[in-house]
Design a protein around this ligand. Structure first.
Ligand code: SF4
Length: 304
């Protein structure tokens, strides 16, 4: 058996920043410390912070007045910020700057009178946050068919934005259809799908071709992890999205395959290592890292 480790994989700059911000906040202020929704969409990361006394809440009212509340990497809508302010919570903003960029674009397009077609997944934290910035101006587009159905006041004044963690191919298909119905539509100055999402997808696209099976380490509620598993399948390669080694069914392998291993942007490298170790111990696989590109981006920590 041969294992190919896709590079880049795992933590992105936004996830690193959010985790470091929360770690530093606990060290500075102690527990309990409150986080609005999951800090990042990964079971291991969330569980490890729970053990350190972090309380994940779905509403600022769940945090006692005056407590510290940290906003997760996915960002929050303005009404959550207002609620936190009314409750006199001390807030720490660990929103990924690439998500904040999409919020700013939404605000600008709305101020300029555009109807914004936001391509994304209903209910995802990031989409809820972006829609909250200009709810009267934004229509959610989840699939090509939504473009035909969407009702807009002025078809010549349309802008589009996307969630940062979409499938690059799906987004391109939807935008192509959107531009057919609204030829004057304008997009963001730079692609909203973030560098980390694009790089991890590109690595799978290139390396799946020489693999028999793909393992994607990541949680089910991680949008970018799910897109990696779907992409591998669309390349004709069976893929499994797993949280960790206990999800691996050794019956998936005969022992002679080439297995591509990658990880979503919120999956810790230690879990990737555990998965690889388990397969190696069972099948004696060789391991080779294949680097598609190197990532050096880092984000400054918010003030804690
Ligand atoms: S996946 Fe992209 S947008 Fe999301 S936290 Fe990471 S860098 Fe930021």
């Amino acid at each position: 058996m041969r294992i190919i480790l896709a590079e880049p994989r795992g933590f992105c700059a936004g996830v690193n920043m959010a985790i470091e911000a929360l770690t530093s906040a606990i060290a500075t202020h102690g527990a309990p410390l409150y986080v609005y929704h999951e800090i990042v969409h990964n079971k291991w990361v969330v569980d490890s912070f729970r053990r350190k006394g972090v309380v994940f809440v779905d509403d600022p009212s769940e945090a006692p007045e005056g407590a510290f509340l940290l906003y997760s990497a996915h960002g929050v809508p303005p009404n959550i910020r207002q609620q936190a302010q009314r409750r006199r919570l001390k807030t720490i903003d660990a929103t990924c700057p690439l998500v904040t960029k999409v919020h700013r674009e939404a605000i600008r397009f709305a101020q300029e009178g555009y109807t914004i077609l936001l391509i994304g997944h209903a209910g995802h934290d990031e989409v809820v946050g972006t829609m909250g910035e200009a709810s009267d101006s934004i229509r959610l587009i989840e699939q090509v068919a939504d473009i035909d159905r969407v009702d807009v006041p002025d078809p010549s004044k349309i802008a589009y934005l996307t969630q940062t963690t979409l499938s690059v191919d799906d987004a391109a298909r939807i935008i192509e259809h959107l531009l057919r119905r609204f030829p004057a539509a304008v997009g963001p100055p730079r692609n909203d799908i973030c560098y980390a999402t694009q790089n991890r997808q590109e690595a799978v696209r290139l390396l799946a071709a020489e693999s028999d099976v793909v393992l994607v380490i990541g949680s089910r509620n991680s949008s970018n992890s799910r897109r990696l598993a779907e992409l591998a399948r669309s390349c004709g390669v069976p893929s499994h999205l797993i949280d960790g080694p206990t999800d691996i069914d050794l019956g998936w392998f005969s022992g002679e395959e080439t297995v591509l291993v990658t990880a979503g942007a919120s999956a810790p490298e230690s879990i990737v290592e555990e998965c690889v170790r388990m397969i190696r111990e069972r099948f004696g696989a060789s391991v080779e890292t294949r680097t598609i590109c190197r990532e050096q981006l880092r984000f400054a920590l918010p003030k804690v």
